[in-house]
Unconditional design. Structure first.
Ligand code: SF4
Length: 303
């Protein structure tokens, strides 16, 4: 049940936020997953590009494609820069002196190492799925976490949902190699369950550092889990979609002081679109908004 902040608490929070901003800390998150997807339907702009994706519907409720429409969740995800971690946040990251984004990403990957920071390391992961794509991408996609195919191959979005994401990227007039793709958590949650709050809090700082290095113009959150882990408030997908947000990665500083952050858009997870193809039209609207901002034109031919 939503609770209103009283005026005293609101003022205190605003003061604390100002104080942290003066210290160079920009983003504080409070997220909640207690919402259900709307039943919107629309004309389908990416349908024609996804013909090769099988229409088979995955049936396990543990699959991420079902999560977009799952009933209310009790768990809230709050990814906050906790006060006890404030000095960690202020500590310069090893990649900050590295100008080349490819090299800087390598530094972050080395810093991640054979990560055991959260319990996902001992829950059956085969490997860490760091991220893939152009280190200088103008467009970056962020999903929830690796699935079985991604865990096996060590690359995000390589299964059926990945095929559809490729088609979405192609529909935007881009190639997969031109964008960057990552997830909120880098290890596969067992049974493809939703990553838990502590797992997201532990892993997402590495995602923030990746974003700060790549400095994309637009970040697209794929699905509710990614959106609510990136944004600082809770809302249903119907409200999250259809607009841009100004986003600065929490606790991560870019090596470029002139970088003012990224525009963040929210759309459906491709796995959800496989589950409910009627929503592809809505997703296409989201992508068109991004294309307009980036000055992209759809290809003349889909072949
Ligand atoms: S999910 Fe992230 S924080 Fe957790 S073990 Fe994997 S790489 Fe480390």
């Amino acid at each position: 049940m939503p609770r209103a902040l009283n005026d005293h608490l609101r003022r205190a929070l605003a003061e604390r936020l100002r104080y942290y901003r003066e210290l160079g800390i920009y983003d504080f998150y409070r997220r909640d997953f207690n919402r259900r997807e709307p039943d919107a339907s629309a004309s389908n702009g990416i349908e024609s590009l996804s013909a090769e994706v099988p229409d088979q519907v995955l049936t396990s409720p543990s699959q991420p494609e079902l999560r977009e429409e799952m009933t209310a969740r009790k768990s809230a995800v709050v990814a906050t820069v906790a006060e006890e971690n404030i000095f960690d946040v202020l500590t310069p990251k090893p990649e900050q002196g590295v100008a080349d984004p490819k090299a800087a990403l390598k530094v972050i990957r080395e810093d991640l190492g054979d990560c055991t920071r959260c319990k996902l390391h001992q829950q059956g992961r085969k490997q860490i799925v760091f991220g893939v794509g152009n280190p200088r991408a103008e467009l970056m996609f962020v999903g929830e976490g690796p699935g079985a195919d991604e865990d096996a191959q060590g690359e995000p979005f390589v299964g059926r949902a990945g095929q559809l994401l490729n088609n979405m990227i192609k529909a935007m007039g881009l190639r997969r190699e031109e964008v960057y793709i990552a997830n909120v958590v880098k290890c596969r949650p067992p049974g493809n369950r939703t990553p838990e709050r502590d797992e997201c809090e532990t892993c997402s700082p590495f995602l923030m550092r990746q974003i700060a290095v790549i400095k994309p113009k637009v970040l697209v959150a794929l699905g509710a889990v990614a959106a609510k882990n990136l944004l600082a408030f809770n809302a249903p997908m119907a409200e999250l979609r259809g607009r841009f947000y100004d986003f600065m990665p929490a606790g991560a500083r870019s090596s470029d002081p002139s970088w003012q952050g990224v525009r963040l858009a929210v759309t459906y997870h491709p796995a959800f679109l496989l589950r409910d193809p009627r929503q592809k039209g809505e997703a296409w609207k989201d992508l068109q908004m991004v294309m307009k901002y980036l000055g992209l034109k759809p290809p003349k031919s889909n072949t």
